[in-house]
Design a protein around this ligand. Structure first.
Ligand SMILES: [Zn+2]
Length: 343
């Protein structure tokens, strides 16, 4: 049985795991066996959640949630796998949380399963979020790519699903676009790994986390969207800063209109036979890029997803997100690319 750390156990482990992370961050990145995944490294997937684990874990959480969690399928993948998602909470604001649109970006799946498990629990924190938000969690957006351990989809075409919200070539994109239209999320968060281990510009610190507040140029967003994105970003960064080890940087300034988040913000596209959503419900949509080191430090990597995600969920639930100060956003450093830059 592959390891799935359950929510409460996982949260209790945070302090220990995070203390350990500082050690890894201090390793010189050029050492063989350091934080870079080597070309010849056999990255074991035996401890990473696969598709069957997702099914099993969703089923367990739903069964033990006392009706708080509902699992459904948005459709089927190119290879015929169900595209599972879970809904938890009954609040007026819908929050979209997706993981593993890129099949070989491993640890986001387990992180969101841990978050789901926690949100299903009786803790006051979870109750606050459930009362104020309806959280839609997609633990494995690209199950075919995940099972093949590749970035893209596999069938009928092998393409990057995060570049398919204009062409809708893949059944996964069509299914999740329809789900997005139907659940109308106000906020969205998309979890990724970066395929390299850069250094925070001007330092010797290994950059562990990049914040992606703009998948498109801010000029394509409304003022409200750009503010909300920066508020989500700074709530994330401040949560990581409280643990003092993430060495956060900006994600490079991209402007990619066919990415999922971009089209959630912009609207205007639809699969064949569907009406485009012209008035998008989505006010904020950002992404995380967590460093990627194979199987060496799964717990740390999951925490790098889970800590900021929980912070944004809490801030959205208790209303503090709307008051989040964004003045520090422009001062966030960028990263120097290429330490492990074969991707
Ligand atoms: Zn990715």
């Amino acid at each position: 049985m592959r390891r799935i750390v359950t929510g409460l156990a996982g949260f209790a482990m945070l302090a220990t795991v995070l203390t350990g992370a500082g050690t890894v961050a201090a390793e010189p990145p050029h050492l063989p066996g350091g934080p870079c995944v080597q070309d010849d490294q056999n990255v074991s997937l035996s401890s990473v959640a696969g598709y069957d684990d997702v099914i099993r874990e969703l089923d367990r959480i739903e069964r033990t949630s006392q009706g708080r969690v509902e699992v459904a399928s948005a459709g089927v993948s190119g290879e015929g796998r169900e595209l599972y998602y879970a809904t938890v909470g009954t609040g007026p604001t819908t929050f979209w949380l997706q993981a593993r649109i890129h099949g070989n970006e491993l640890h986001s799946t387990e992180a969101v399963l841990q978050i789901l498990d926690h949100l299903a629990s009786g803790s006051p924190d979870a109750r606050l979020i459930r009362e104020n938000l309806t959280v839609v969690i997609i633990p494995m957006y690209n199950p075919d790519g995940a099972e093949a351990n590749i970035r893209q989809s596999t069938t009928p075409t092998r393409i990057d699903l995060n570049r398919d919200w204009e062409n809708f070539a893949q059944p996964e994109t069509v299914a999740f676009w329809k789900l997005w239209r139907d659940v109308a999320p106000e906020l969205a968060l998309d979890l990724h790994h970066m395929g390299q281990a850069p250094i925070v510009e001007g330092t010797n610190d290994l950059n562990q986390f990049q914040i992606g507040a703009r998948s498109i140029d801010p000029s394509r967003m409304t003022a409200e969207q750009w503010l909300t994105n920066r508020q989500m970003a700074m709530a994330s960064v401040e949560a990581l800063d409280r643990y003092g080890l993430a060495n956060v940087a900006h994600y490079p300034l991209i402007d990619i209109t066919n990415a999922g988040l971009s089209r959630m913000l912009m609207g205007g596209t639809a699969p064949a036979g569907e009406q485009p959503v012209m008035q998008t419900p989505t006010k904020g949509a950002i992404f995380y890029e967590v460093r990627s080191v194979g199987q060496k430090s799964n717990g740390q990597l999951e925490n790098l997803f889970r800590i900021p995600t929980m912070a944004v969920l809490r801030a959205a639930a208790d209303g503090s997100l709307a008051q989040q100060d964004v003045s520090g956003y422009e001062d966030l450093p960028f990263a120097s690319q290429g330490q492990c830059g074969r991707f």
